[in-house]
Write a protein that binds this ligand. Structure first.
Ligand SMILES: [Zn+2]
Length: 225
C-alpha cells in the first residue's frame, strides 16, 4: 500500500522509497465523474473514487504513483503500482529477494501462499546468514536459538508454524487453518526486520569498522611522516 498522509500532505514514493511532501494543486488530481459528465448517481456512491496522482520530487526517480480512495468507506486501492515492495540491497542473495518479492505480490490474494513463501525466505536466510543446515526448518530454528535474542527467536518460530500450514496442507486437505491478510503482513514485517537486523546491520557495521581502521591508518602514516 502506498503510504499517503492526506492531512500532512506527505507520501512515500513507492518506487524509490523517499518520503516527501506533495503540492496539492500540482500533484493531486481528483476525478470521479460518471461517463465523463455527471457525478456518479447517489445510489452507486460506493463505486465513487477520488483518484490521486503523485509525481516523485526525487530527480533520479520522477515516477508517478496513482491511488484511488473510495468516497464512501475511504478505503485505499493502489493503481500504479498495485503492490508496493520494499527494496533491499543486492548484497542479499537473489533467491531470498525473489521469494520475498513474490510473497509481496500474492499477499493480498493468497495470504496462505505468501506465508509459505516467507517461510522459505526465512529458511534461505538461516542457511546463508548463519550457515545452519539441518534435516528440516524445525531443527534449524532450534540450532538458531542461542544465536539471536529471545524475542526474535520466538517470532521466528511463530513464522515457521504459520508457514507450515501452507507447506504441509497436502497431508490433510480437510485441515484448513486460515491465515488472514493482516497475519501474513505481520510475517512479512518480520522478514523485513530480520533482513535489516541481520544483513543490513552486518554490512553497515563492517563498512563503519573498515572506515575507522582506514582513518586510523591514515593518521598513523601522517604521524610517521
Ligand atoms: Zn521516487
Amino acid at each position: 500500500m502506498i503510504q499517503i498522509n492526506f492531512e500532512a500532505k506527505t507520501y512515500v514514493c513507492p518506487f524509490c522509497g523517499h518520503a516527501q511532501a506533495y503540492a496539492n494543486s500540482e500533484n493531486c488530481v481528483q476525478n470521479g465523474l460518471y461517463r465523463n459528465v455527471s457525478p456518479i448517481p447517489s445510489e452507486y456512491q460506493e463505486s465513487s473514487f477520488e483518484i490521486h496522482s503523485f509525481q516523485c520530487n526525487n530527480a533520479a526517480c520522477k515516477r508517478i504513483a496513482v491511488s484511488a480512495i473510495n468516497r464512501t468507506d475511504h478505503k485505499q486501492i493502489d493503481i500504479v503500482p498495485q503492490v508496493v515492495i520494499k527494496h533491499f540491497p543486492d548484497y542479499i542473495p537473489g533467491q531470498i529477494l525473489k521469494d520475498y518479492e513474490e510473497a509481496n505480490l500474492i499477499l493480498e490474494r493468497s495470504p496462505k501462499a505468501a506465508a509459505t513463501l516467507l517461510r522459505r525466505c526465512l529458511q534461505g536466510m538461516i542457511h546463508d546468514f548463519w550457515g545452519i543446515r539441518e534435516k528440516n526448518l524445525n531443527a534449524e530454528i532450534t540450532s538458531l536459538k542461542d544465536k539471536v535474542p529471545a524475542a526474535q527467536w520466538n517470532a521466528i518460530d511463530g513464522l515457521r508454524k504459520v508457514g507450515n500450514i501452507g507447506a504441509h496442507m497436502e497431508k490433510d486437505v480437510n485441515l484448513i487453518i486460515d491465515i488472514d491478510i493482516n497475519e501474513a503482513k505481520k510475517l512479512l514485517r518480520l522478514i523485513d526486520l530480520l533482513l535489516e537486523k541481520w544483513y543490513i546491520a552486518r554490512h553497515d557495521e563492517e563498512n563503519l569498522l573498515t572506515e575507522i581502521s582506514e582513518i586510523a591508518e591514515e593518521k598513523e602514516a601522517k604521524r610517521k611522516d
